[in-house]
Design a binder for this molecule. Structure first.
Ligand code: SF4
Length: 102
C-alpha cells in the first residue's frame, strides 16, 4: 500500500461542474453522471480502485480519498484553481481512514 500524507474530498454542494480538477489531477478526480465531481483512489497507486461516488463508497465529507504522494502537487493546485473552493484537503488521519465505509 502506498503511503499517503494527505486526504481529499469534495463538497458536491459547491461544485460548479467545470472539471478543472480532473484536468489537473485525473488520477484523483473524476466526473459523475450528474455533472458533479468526486474523488477516487486508483489501483495503480493503492492496489485497488475506490470511487467515492455516493454509491460504491460515500461522497461528500464522508468520501475521503487518500492522495498518492506523486499527486500531491497536482491535488493542491486543483484545490487552488477550483472555482467552487470545494476541494477539501486534510492531513492523513488513520482514524478517518480506518472508519470510512469504502
Ligand atoms: S474544480 Fe472544483 S468546482 Fe470544478 S469540477 Fe472540480 S471540484 Fe467541482
Amino acid at each position: 500500500m502506498a503511503d499517503a500524507t494527505l486526504m481529499v474530498w469534495i463538497d458536491q454542494d459547491l461544485c460548479t461542474g467545470d472539471g478543472i480538477c480532473e484536468e489537473i489531477a485525473p488520477d484523483v478526480f473524476v466526473g459523475r453522471d450528474d455533472g458533479l465531481w468526486i474523488v477516487k483512489e486508483e489501483s495503480s497507486h493503492f492496489g485497488s480502485t475506490i470511487i467515492f461516488d455516493g454509491v460504491e463508497a460515500p461522497d461528500g465529507a464522508r468520501g475521503v480519498a487518500r492522495v498518492p504522494e506523486s499527486q500531491l502537487e497536482d491535488v493542491i493546485e486543483s484545490a487552488e484553481e477550483c472555482p467552487g473552493e470545494c476541494i477539501m484537503i486534510e492531513p492523513f488521519d488513520q482514524e478517518v481512514f480506518a472508519n470510512r465505509d469504502a
